[in-house]
Design a protein around this ligand. Structure first.
Ligand code: PMP
Length: 427
């Protein structure tokens, strides 16, 4: 039933390294061949063999309204008809920036880029430019895109392949990157004792790249305190959580506030986009107002802006969507926990807003080492494939999170739980 995808993968491998344009898509973590997608519709994906899947990936987060949402689709088509790119200012950029600024109390200005990688890379340059310091501090298992200085003990695809950093990145380019254990305050303090040159902490406040692992409130408060005490800036990487974890992202549900926030795919509703944002003073350092250089030919692309604008406006007009999404995420994880327990299988699961994750483990991991050491990856791989065969498309690695879209119904979720029950009987 995957014949066409298997053939397509063989063909792709001849002309594309590993057959994919982003490593995690190759299914290396769970084995087998990835289904090649023909189209999406609402909560569902359809592959080229005609298989239909309930999609818990939603393009790794951006599609809060599911595939082919009519409003977003229409905005994209209408905007595209006027031209795809101008490399000149458009009203859409100001409109989308204004929507974001209105939502986050600690943001006055936004600069758009074309990916999450660009957003975090630029945010770090800005933090270094503002503070005049060189070191950056990141956490093991947090992924912030593939720019050189951030490819150090990173999660996501890298963790899957067990490579702590990538060949091709000179040691000189990572010597200013300090890596701490997530949720470990002592480790964090030690880093600040060891270096007086820390420009910023960059963190996924709710991590989705070592599986779904939220930071504790105490840990985030310690990040804030240590930054303040040492003249460093705190960057929340909300590429995944922005407008996902709540209408105001992770920042909206956490007590700690960051100095700089990075956004990504979610604000483009499926179009390639990213952004970084901060208060007036910090953003004033950015070119052309200030000296910190940053640029992009396709940045603020009108079609991407139009898609993001419609999506954000729909969310703002219907904030109750978040309660519904969260209720569905909880229905899913509670259902999975119940069927796991009735089959004597250790399963840990958690959710924030429409983001969720689960681990085959007897206790909840709180950092990357724990995920890697005691979560059962073999069991996850079997579960993943058995669910795929039954029409349920989960992220293809235990190091990734899952996402609920508005088009998923309670019946869909119940069907998934009952399939999971069937699978777990033989797991
Ligand atoms: N930051 C986080 C938290 C991410 O999850 C990702 C991608 N999954 C990135 C940055 C990089 O974004 P992109 O893949 O758009 O470059």
């Amino acid at each position: 039933m995957f014949d066409k995808s298997i053939k397509a993968y063989e063909e792709a491998c001849k002309v594309i390294p590993g057959g994919v344009d982003s490593p995690v898509r190759a299914f290396k973590s769970v084995g087998g061949t990835p289904p090649f997608i023909d189209r999406g519709e609402g909560a569902y994906l359809f592959d080229i063999d005609g298989n239909k899947y309930l999609d818990f990936v939603q393009s790794w987060g951006p599609l809060i309204f599911g595939h082919c949402d009519r409003d977003i689709e229409n905005a994209v088509i209408e905007t595209a008809k006027k031209g795809l790119s101008f490399g000149a200012p458009t009203l859409l950029e100001t409109q989308l920036a204004s929507e974001i600024v209105e939502m986050y109390e600690n943001i006055d200005k936004v600069r758009f880029v074309s990916s999450g990688t660009e957003a975090t890379m630029s945010a770090i340059r800005l933090a270094r430019g503002v503070t005049g310091k060189n070191d950056i501090l990141k956490f093991e298992g947090c992924y912030h895109g593939h720019s050189d200085s951030l490819l150090v003990h990173a999660g996501s695809g890298l963790a899957t392949f067990g490579t702590p950093s990538s060949p091709g990145v000179p040691v000189d380019l990572t010597k200013h990157t300090l890596v701490c254990e997530y949720n470990n305050i002592e480790n964090l303090k030690k880093c600040f004792e060891d270096s007086s040159d820390i420009a910023c902490i960059i963190i996924e406040p709710i991590a989705g790249n070592m599986g779904f692992v939220p930071a504790s409130d105490e840990f985030l408060a310690a990040c804030r305190e240590l930054c303040d005490a040492n003249g460093a800036l705190l960057i929340f990487d909300e590429v995944m959580t922005g407008f996902r974890a709540s209408l105001k992202g992770a920042s909206g549900i956490l007590k700690t506030k960051a100095d700089i926030i990075t956004f990504g795919k979610v604000i483009g509703a499926g179009m390639p986009v990213g952004a970084f944002a901060s208060n007036k003073e910090i953003m004033g350092h950015l070119s052309p107002d200030g000296a910190v250089y940053q640029a992009g030919t396709l940045s603020g692309n009108p079609v991407a802006m139009a898609a993001g604008l419609v999506s954000l406006r729909k969310l703002k007009a219907n904030p109750e969507v978040y309660d519904e999404l969260n209720a569905k995420a909880l229905r899913l994880i509670n259902g999975l926990k119940e069927v796991a327990s009735s089959n004597n299988i250790g399963l840990q699961a958690d959710a924030r807003g429409s983001m969720f994750g689960f681990f085959f483990a007897d206790k909840m991991p709180t950092n990357f080492k724990e995920v890697s050491s005691f979560c059962d990856f073999k069991r996850f791989a079997t579960f993943h494939h058995e669910m795929l065969k039954r029409g349920f498309y989960f992220a293809c690695s235990q190091y990734e999170a899952g996402f609920i879209c508005t088009k998923i119904t309670n019946d869909d979720i119940d069907a998934c739980i009952s399939a999971a029950n069937e699978v777990m009987k033989n797991l």
